[in-house]
Design a protein around this ligand. Structure first.
Ligand code: NAP
Ligand code: GDD
Length: 332
């Protein structure tokens, strides 16, 4: 039997790289959309795919160009499409609302429209986000919780979620959205707070830095591991009917708790190294995210396993290892 064909947008990102590996292991023929520059500079821009890039089929296209997306869909004719590409950094979305809204909303729309025209039977996954809940009126948040996004990023994800549902209802396409809460890993981008902290810990241990400057330490997030979260995306597309699912751990921790644990894992006291920086506070903050993934557990059989403490340890150890320093050694 021929291998099933999957197309991943955002394959060079944290989630895209884990999902590509997972689908290859499941025997899929895996295609990915990348920006042209990624093919010109593979060493840097495909670094998360190193080790298995040779088994992937990569296609240059841009989220901003319907024509380029149409071309890839026509060529690949995917059976499953995982739409992960996005301007995903909330802070940056305050600096450039226009490009965030353009890339994230149009990108999703272009992809759905191309699939409708060329591969209507393809199953579609949209990377929704707990940022859609934003200033949530209840905790924990589930699939019925009202959206109140607090950034243009959150707004773009609500629009993508609505587009996805509309294609499901209007054209009977198998379109599902995952409402994923924060998920991290050693492959997380350095701009996100967890990786900023763990890479900061490693740099301090290596004598390359003296502090980590952080914004709001009180914000609380429901942090899971990306490697596990991508398997929930796949499970959604294996269901007979499309639907929307919250994916979360059901535990929440503050940024301060994350820092405390990360530094203590390296034998350090975070209070000696974390410097508050008011410039890093956001114009509108999401204070508390806590997800209820009971629907995913009941319908998809998905449940998180990697605990917060183990996630933090894995990230600190990976960053320390990359700089050639131990994590749990006494400092000095
Ligand atoms: P990420 O590491 O920032 O990866 C984003 C990907 O999107 C990269 O491959 C990036 O390509 C691509 N991309 C960005 N702008 C693009 C454009 N204009 N054209 C083409 N490609 C573009 O994000 P992630 O953490 O893997 O997250 C994956 C998706 O899930 C995103 O949609 C994110 O918003 C969403 N999400 C993430 C989380 C989380 O906690 N990680 C939670 C909920 C939802 P380059 O490598 O070329 O920049
Ligand atoms: N990035 C960053 N840098 N965040 C900081 C800092 C800092 O120096 N100091 C405090 N924070 C706080 C932010 O204000 C926020 O409350 C929290 O740390 C988490 O910030 P990020 O790690 O940047 O993630 P995020 O929660 O804004 O967004 C991530 O998760 C969403 C799902 O809830 C991204 O992955 C989004 O793409 C994703 O949709």
């Amino acid at each position: 039997m021929d291998a099933r064909r999957a197309l991943i947008t955002g394959i060079t990102g944290q989630d895209g790289s884990y999902l590509a590996e997972y689908l290859l292991d499941e025997g899929y023929e895996v295609h990915g959309i990348v920006r042209r520059v990624a093919l010109e500079d593979p060493e840097h821009r495909l670094s998360r795919l190193s080790g298995f890039a040779g088994r992937l089929h990569l296609h240059a296209a841009s989220l901003e160009s319907y024509a380029s997306i149409h071309q890839v869909i026509e060529k690949v004719h995917p059976e499953e499409c995982y739409h992960l590409a996005a301007q995903s950094f909330v802070s940056y979305s305050f600096d450039d609302e226009f490009s965030t809204l353009n890339a994230n909303i149009n990108g999703t729309h272009f992809l759905l429209a191309a699939l409708k025209n060329l591969a209507r039977d393809c199953r579609f996954y949209f990377a929704g986000s707990s940022e859609m809940f934003g200033h949530a009126e209840e905790a924990p948040q589930n699939e019925k919780t009202r959206f109140h996004p607090r950034s243009s990023y959150g707004i773009s994800k609500v629009a993508g979620f609505d587009l996805t549902r509309n294609y499901r209802e209007a054209y009977q396409m198998h379109c599902s959205s995952g409402i994923l809460f924060n998920h991290e890993s050693p492959r997380r981008g350095y701009e996100f707070v967890t990786r900023k902290i763990t890479s900061g810990v490693a740099r301090i241990r290596a004598g390359k830095s003296k502090e980590v400057r952080l914004g709001n330490l009180e914000a609380k997030r429901d942090w899971g591991h990306a490697r596990e979260y991508v398997t929930a995306m796949w499970r959604m597309l294996q269901q007979p009917e499309p639907d929307d699912y919250v994916i979360a751990t059901g535990e929440t921790h503050s940024v301060q708790e994350f820092a405390e644990l990360a530094f203590s894992h390296a034998g350090l006291d975070y209070r000696d190294y974390v410097s508050p920086d008011p410039a890093l506070h956001r114009p509108a903050e999401v204070n508390l995210l806590l997800g209820d993934a009971s629907k995913a557990k009941a319908k998809l059989g998905w449940q998180f396993k990697i605990r917060f403490e183990d996630l933090v340890r894995e990230m600190v150890e990976a960053d320390c290892r990359a700089l050639g320093v131990g994590s749990a050694l006494p400092f000095g």
